[in-house]
Design a protein around this ligand. Structure first.
Ligand code: URA
Ligand code: SF4
Length: 261
């Protein structure tokens, strides 16, 4: 799929989401929040659900949690417009309560379709509800900062998952904020590992479109740091889905310069 087709397909989903009445959350929302970002990105962030600011504007992560997310991305030299940002549920749960299982189930197909279109190399889960979708049964205190293959059933057909705490939790607790900066430092390494895995044909077979996209000369950014950094990428990227890949924490000096394109 070329960039324009991907953009159109994502916009079609966004239009469906804005009119959606598949669960009770539509009754109390002001604006649904389909998600936004670069349709040609390799990295998708998945949060929990819109809060008050997001509900008002129809855009994800624009409140205080969003400000922290932008800072976390900034620590890598990335901007929010470099990635795609969405949520497990697209409408605000009233009073910011947790989304309920039937609401998550009702909304699930939208996220699956977004991931099928984006075919990301890395999915970053923000918080428990997002983590649960990609790493069922995992505990966030144990898996945050780790990198594991995504179940292709999620729609991310050949991706690695980096689990992180929700930025709202980081805003409440200084130790979690520090851990979040450590965790996101593993993202460039995860991207390198995933590119290699996709090039090697590990995991589910990449679509022709994805291969074409990945082989396009990286747009603006120099690809020079990649070969250097990839030498330090986790060696065993063919591990089965249950295996944990080492995160690249500690290798960030090699990957600091990595940009997305
Ligand atoms: N928290 C989320 O999980 N998602 C948003 O979009 C905003 C805050
Ligand atoms: Fe539809 Fe999802 Fe909004 Fe529920 S949360 S109304 S399923 S878009």
């Amino acid at each position: 799929m070329i960039d324009a087709e991907r953009r159109t397909a994502l916009e079609l989903i966004a239009a469906e989401v804005r009119d959606c009445t598949r669960c009770r959350l539509h009754e109390t929302r002001r604006k649904a929040v389909p998600g936004e970002g670069d349709p040609d990105t390799e990295v998708v962030f998945v949060g929990e659900g819109p809060g008050q600011n997001e509900d008002r504007e129809g855009r994800p992560f624009i409140g205080r949690a969003g400000d922290l997310l932008v800072k976390l991305l900034g620590s890598l030299g990335w901007r929010r417009s470099d990635v795609f940002i969405t949520n497990v549920v697209k409408c605000r749960p009233p009073d910011n309560r947790d989304p309920m299982p039937d609401e998550i189930a009702a909304c699930s197909a939208y996220l699956t379709r977004q991931l099928e279109i984006l075919d990301p190399a890395v999915v970053v889960t923000l918080g428990r509800f997002s983590m649960a979708r990609f790493l069922p049964g995992a505990k966030i205190s144990q898996v945050h900062g780790t990198i594991r293959p995504a179940d292709p059933e999620t729609g991310a057909r050949n991706a690695l998952v980096l689990a992180m705490y929700h930025p709202a939790a980081a805003l409440r607790t200084a130790a979690i904020e520090r851990e979040s900066f450590d965790d996101i430092a593993g993202l460039p390494g995860a991207l390198i590992a995933s590119r290699k895995r996709r090039d090697d044909g590990a995991g589910a077979s990449s679509s022709e479109a994805a291969l074409a996209r990945d082989s396009v000369p990286a747009t603006a950014a120099p690809s020079a740091p990649l070969p250097v950094a990839s030498a330090d990428a986790p060696a065993d990227t063919t591990a089965p889905p249950s295996a944990m890949l080492p995160s690249s924490t500690g290798e960030s000096s090699d990957t600091d310069q990595l940009t997305l394109f």
